[in-house]
Design a protein around this ligand. Structure first.
Ligand SMILES: C[S@@+](CC[C@H](N)C(=O)[O-])C[C@H]1O[C@@H](n2cnc3c(N)ncnc32)[C@H](O)[C@@H]1O
Length: 451
């Protein structure tokens, strides 16, 4: 049976360990916090959405989706509300069969519409009533369109991707959490963070519900997937999954398909429906109506998917295991492929500070900068862009010096089909035979000159 190795990280979100990669998927510092600090905040989405009403994001190594979920959550909390309050949203045709008004379920359109009119007046929406539809149009000088979001997410592990909406966040952390794998290793890593108490971080309910909706829409086979059911309902994993989301999954699996359009009204009043479709889900579905949200989840090697993809992205999240474990996604050849998929004002974000990652980006044609983490007060991660003016923190003289050492020798994968082991072996050989100085020698020399 497929095994998960979950534990709670320091911000109350679930982190995973991979025995095959002998690596953690997420920082013990806080899986969700890390996604915010390394991917979402440096992207400056507020600035982006002040000028744009559509976005294309590529999430490479989606895993259990923290980067996509953090983006969505940030978008719903910080950007959508702002856009609505500035009245530059365009809400088109709300099907009154499917909505609740003032927290009540209406079975006839007249009452529902009346109630909706009242609530819209309160929120300053103007409206136009047309039979059973309600049209709300806010004409504004900036834009009057729905916001278009397109996210392409790629991972080779189907189980992780399908389970992504179910993981709990914001859990109260028990310092002495018992886990039955690498207890010492994980505990040590968790203790290292103990000095810094992180605030608990939670995702809005809508974020996970919207993600589940989209995954089911994209991959209906999830409802019949025996492995997913096994993991979701296994006793040993129960505390890592959200009960409500599991209930919703059950509803989709056993109930939703039975409701034909004809029986919809009846079904709407049905007990089971009440039990599973709560206010939370209706809120999520109504939020979805404000967006044109396309989520394209691919379960494949990212190199293969991107080689056959013709999208141009505004943001790329690159969250592969470290270069020494998974070099195939850090090679100069893969970065050249990314170059051809990045918008002229686009940005690639990654947590890696490695000299060979930065030199590979430069070799592939990018300008490279560093990500400054305000909370930690230090540089953590790298951005790669085509438009140099997007870089806030340039590489220092020291960083550039490191790129010229053996540590700056990048990985290669000319045909984009190499196995990690072969890429590592070829890289080791190149480092061994290189005439460059070692990074340790460079660092010593640097310290001497500086002192
Ligand atoms: C560090 S984890 C990513 C964590 C993830 N962003 C999250 O929020 O959970 C690395 C991921 O890379 C995936 N992976 C490994 N090799 C890959 C490849 N060649 N193409 C796509 N995904 C890959 C693994 O399945 C794993 O989920």
């Amino acid at each position: 049976m497929y095994e998960l190795y979950p534990y709670y990280t320091n911000d109350g979100s679930v982190g995973l360990f991979s025995p095959e990669a002998d690596d953690i998927y997420h920082s013990t510092y806080g899986a969700l916090t890390e996604a915010y600090e390394k991917f979402v905040l440096p992207a400056d989405f507020e600035k982006y959405f002040s000028k744009n009403n559509q976005i294309k994001i590529l999430d490479i190594c989606f895993g259990i989706g923290y980067n996509t979920k953090s983006f969505l959550n940030y978008f719903l909390e910080k950007i959508l509300e702002e856009k609505i309050s500035k009245k530059n949203m365009y809400i088109e045709t709300i099907d009154t069969d499917n909505i609740t008004c003032n927290d009540k379920i209406y079975t006839d359109n007249v009452n529902c519409e009346n109630s909706l009119h009242e609530s819209m007046e309160k929120t300053n929406f103007s409206n136009k009533n047309e039979k059973s539809d309600i049209k709300i149009r806010e004409h504004d000088s900036v834009e009057n369109k729905k916001i278009k979001i397109f996210i392409k997410a790629i991972d080779t592990d189907k189980n992780l991707a399908f389970l992504s909406p179910f993981f709990v966040t914001g859990k109260k952390i028990r310092r002495k959490e018992k886990i039955n794998f690498h207890q010492d290793k994980i505990e040590k890593m968790l203790q290292k963070q103990n000095g810094k108490k992180l605030p608990k971080k939670r995702l809005k309910d809508e974020t996970n519900i919207i993600l589940l909706e989209k995954i089911i829409e994209n991959h209906p086979e999830i409802l019949e997937d025996a492995e997913i059911q096994q993991i979701l309902y296994a006793k040993k994993y129960r505390r890592y999954f959200d009960r409500y989301l599991r209930g919703l999954f059950k509803f989709y699996k056993f109930e939703k398909g039975k409701y034909t359009p004809l029986s919809r009204l009846k079904a709407y009043l049905h007990n089971i429906y009440y039990r599973y479709i709560s206010k939370r889900q209706k809120k999520a579905l109504n939020t979805l109506k404000l967006l044109d949200f396309n989520f394209d989840l691919k379960i494949e090697d990212a190199r293969k998917i991107l080689s056959a993809d013709d999208n141009i992205y505004n943001f790329v999240f690159l969250d592969a295991f470290t270069p020494a474990k998974c070099p195939c996604l850090w090679t100069v050849d893969f970065f050249r492929l990314l170059y051809s998929h990045l918008d002229e004002d686009g940005m690639i974000l990654t947590y890696s500070n490695a000299a060979n990652v930065r030199s590979a980006f430069i070799e592939a044609g990018f300008f490279v900068g560093k990500i400054y983490n305000d909370a930690a007060g230090k540089f953590m991660g790298t951005i790669a862009v085509k438009n140099k003016s997007l870089i806030k923190n340039e590489l220092s003289e020291y960083d550039l010096g490191l790129l010229k050492t053996k540590a700056g020798i990048f990985y290669r994968d000319e045909n984009l089909t190499g196995q990690n082991e072969a890429i590592i072996a070829a890289h080791e050989k190149e480092v061994e035979t290189s005439a460059r100085i070692s990074s340790s020698k460079f660092i010593k020399q640097w310290k001497r000159v500086k002192s």
